[in-house]
Ligand binder design. Structure first.
Ligand SMILES: Cc1ncc(COP(=O)(O)O)c(C=O)c1O
Length: 398
């Protein structure tokens, strides 16, 4: 396939944003699928929390408002209402709360895919102890999932289809609206892990027919570890009774009645313990950055950079894992590593280029603040590292 790379400028102030991300002066950062860098705005948010803690000692009124504002901002990103969003601490935890709370109405089957992130898949596997059965849609050798393969496994016994929006390794984006339609035709619900898409691929839970969706914030959303969000479609809230719960999932967290297990009337029933307040400050600021730049603008600019990565990788003899169709992928471009990918990541870092190793590949994952010049630098360094004797002496990961 030949790829045309549009040369136009991005529809936002690229240099202005770069000046607000101090690390841009030192490093080429292509590891945004693992961790986005610090921006002056997210740093200020973290400092606001530290200041509040230092001056007020404890200010739960302000902290509660901040968590509510982060919930609101996340809801906006995915076209949900704030009361359809629960605050969690990781996607693994959010998945545990959801799956432990699924209705026990006779259906026992969960359909998932070979592309799920292990933290999600392991949670599903763990629940087979409690009577759920798992069916897998296979991952294809080229890092994609075939839509028609869902037809072989979704049936009238299916309770939930758990489909990652994008495969973390290849960046392959699944057609969630089509998967949801297949699930709903059999009366099953759909759960989407959007960690690899939120912020860089448009998400509209209503238009896509999504029932549940979770993401954390440290990857594309300019946040830090410790906070995650899970969306629950309003009509489904009352069907969930999570066993992975805590006092923040109660109607009144401050009722302090250990024998009363009631359920918050909104998605908040999926919450567990004390909110991750400090991380929520940063999450809100990171989400605001994404809103200011605009997901549509981010999508078009990163598709332009991905096309350049694919073309440039091919010209340098690097082998792409996954599709080369930028419409079907996140900004992630994964190149098969001839040696130990972790070693390659370290060698790249020594050469001032941040990349992200996963299994047998190195992922180059540009965000809106990256430039075409940085793409060329990253590709040149990767080609050098892949050809280096140091890497040749190491063993490739499976
Ligand atoms: C698609 C996807 N889901 C989930 C996770 C991990 O989520 P958490 O650590 O919040 O459980 C990752 C992290 O790499 C990921 O890429």
């Amino acid at each position: 396939m030949s790829i045309s790379i549009p040369s136009e400028e991005p529809p936002f102030d690229l240099n202005g944003w770069r000046s607000r991300i101090p690390l841009c002066r030192k490093l080429v950062m292509m590891h945004n699928c693992s961790q986005t860098p610090q921006c002056d705005y997210t740093r200020m948010a973290a400092e606001r929390y530290l200041e509040s803690w230092n001056t007020a000692g404890m200010d739960w009124d302000a902290w509660t408002d901040e968590v509510a504002a982060a919930r609101h901002e996340f809801a906006r990103l995915i076209n949900a209402d704030p009361d359809e969003v629960a605050v969690s601490t990781s996607v693994s935890e959010a998945t545990g709360s959801l799956v432990s709370g699924l209705p026990q109405d006779g259906r026992r089957k969960i359909v998932t895919t070979g592309a799920e992130f292990p933290g999600v898949a392991h949670t599903l596997v763990a629940h087979t102890r409690y009577g759920l059965e798992l069916s897998w849609v296979p991952l294809q050798p080229d890092g994609t999932i075939r839509l028609e393969d869902y037809d072989d496994v979704i049936d009238d016994d299916t309770l939930l289809v758990s489909a990652t929006h994008a495969f973390y390794q290849s960046g392959y984006v699944q057609d969630i609206a089509a998967i949801a339609a297949k699930a709903h035709a059999h009366g099953a619900m759909v759960y989407v892990d959007a960690y690899q898409t939120a912020g860089v691929v448009p998400i509209d839970v209503k238009a896509m027919g999504i029932d549940f969706l979770a993401t954390g914030n440290l990857k594309w959303l300019f946040g830090i570890p410790g906070v995650a969000f899970i969306y629950v479609k309003r009509d489904l809230t009352e069907r969930l009774h999570p066993a992975l719960t805590g006092w923040f999932g109660r109607t009144d967290a401050f009722a302090f009645n250990p024998r009363l297990l009631d359920w918050h009337p909104t998605a908040q029933r999926l919450e567990t313990g004390t909110w991750p307040v400090a991380a929520a400050y940063v999450a809100r600021a990171g989400l605001q950055i994404i809103r200011q730049v605009g997901v549509g603008n981010i999508r078009s600019w990163t598709q332009r950079l991905s096309a350049q990565l694919i073309e440039g990788g091919r010209a340098r003899g690097l082998r792409l894992y996954g599709t080369d169709d930028v419409e079907r992928k996140t900004p992630v471009c994964a190149f098969v590593c001839p040696g130990d990918s972790h070693r390659a990541e370290t060698l790249m870092k020594k050469a001032d280029v941040m990349v992200s190793a996963r299994g047998s590949v190195i992922r180059l994952a540009p965000h809106f603040y990256n430039t075409p010049e940085e793409v060329e630098i990253a590709l040149d360094r990767l080609a050098d590292v892949y050809a280096s004797p140091e890497l040749a002496a190491s063993t490739p990961r499976p």
